[in-house]
Design a binder for this molecule. Structure first.
Ligand code: AMP
Length: 313
């Protein structure tokens, strides 16, 4: 049971103003606060982070903010799924204590002036394909949220592995007093990583989108079962699998999980990462080579909410 159970009758307490949230959190300055930043359109992936925060902390704060500064394409921002009513219901069910729902003006009162660039770690892959502003937007908004909420632990999903690497680097470099906890990727039965953007896939595209997870599995199998360690060969295998689904990857690579630089020879701790457009939807995924249970169904208790994510027939 959370620290302040019964204090607020209606949970989660919804707050839209930075000042109000800071004032509310003053009461909890000695409490272990778990924070889960999201862009809403919540699914089981987000809920797994919240469950972890609830299990480990005394107060769980979730933010929902579709951060405009991290979008490289206006149409992606415009079409980003939003469903506040359903999100609040899911948060109530998940037992979140506070939800922060700021407006753009609240988060960027003077526009987007000050920015945080994390350096080389943010330059390749997502940084290259979405532009340097993408991770600057992520790093800046996460730093702002951490400064407002001052959590003990902030929870992020492995699904966005480069984002995790960037956030960890920012926290280290700026000496921010927060622990970063990464949580495993929640997947559909067919391997597809849950993502808010999946709701924009047609039934046909939903099937094609399995290509990402299957290409990662193919890479894992080549590494473990055939002893392929050359990154370029793993890439070739991954790309072939993608193409067999009619999907052309933007990148498929083996990288160091901390520096996010490509490796020449893959090691068990290397990450395989992939990004591709399926129809108009851009998807990303990754797996650690030595995480051989990443795609096991048993890893995702209570995974599929068929109401939110009908599996393609
Ligand atoms: P988003 O709302 O997409 O910005 O995601 C908010 C947080 O949820 C990020 O830390 C994501 O990495 C995490 N997340 C998104 N999808 C998944 C998933 N399928 N499994 C676990 N975590 C996820």
């Amino acid at each position: 049971m959370s620290y302040h159970a019964g204090f607020h009758k209606q949970r989660p307490v919804a707050v839209a103003s930075v000042l109000e949230l800071r004032q509310l959190l003053l009461k909890y300055h000695q409490t272990k606060i778990g924070f889960v930043p999201t862009m809403g359109a919540l699914h089981e992936g987000h809920l797994s982070l919240i469950a972890r925060a609830k299990a480990e902390c005394d107060l769980t704060v979730v933010s929902i903010f579709v951060n405009p500064t991290q979008f490289d394409r206006q149409d992606d921002l415009v079409h980003y799924p939003r469903n506040e009513t359903q999100d609040l219901e899911l948060l109530r069910g998940a037992g979140a204590d506070i939800v922060f729902l700021p407006s753009e003006e609240e988060m960027y009162p003077t526009g987007d002036g000050t920015k945080i660039f994390a350096g080389r770690i943010a330059e390749l892959f997502e940084g290259e394909h979405r532009g340097l502003e993408h991770f600057a937007g992520v790093a800046t908004v996460v730093t702002k949220l951490l400064s407002i909420i001052n959590p003990t632990v902030a929870y992020f999903g492995e699904k966005d592995a480069q984002q995790v690497a960037v956030v960890k680097r920012v926290v280290t470099d700026l000496l921010l007093p927060v622990q970063i906890c990464t949580c495993p990727t929640v997947r559909e039965e067919n391997g597809l990583a849950l993502s808010s953007r999946n709701t924009r896939l047609s039934a046909q595209e939903h099937l094609q989108a399995q290509a990402l997870a299957l290409s990662l599995q193919e890479g894992q199998q080549a590494f473990w079962d055939e002893g392929v360690t050359e990154a370029s060969l793993l890439e070739q295998r991954g790309r072939q699998t993608m193409r067999s689904f009619g999907v052309e990857p933007e990148y498929f690579a083996a990288v160091d999980p901390v520096s996010f630089q490509p490796v020449i020879t893959a090691l068990p701790e290397s990450l395989l990462i992939v990004a591709a457009h399926v129809g108009t939807v851009r998807l990303i995924d990754n797996v650690t080579l030595n995480n051989r249970t990443a795609f096991a169904r048993s890893q995702q208790p209570g995974l599929v909410d068929t109401h939110l994510y009908p599996l393609a027939q």
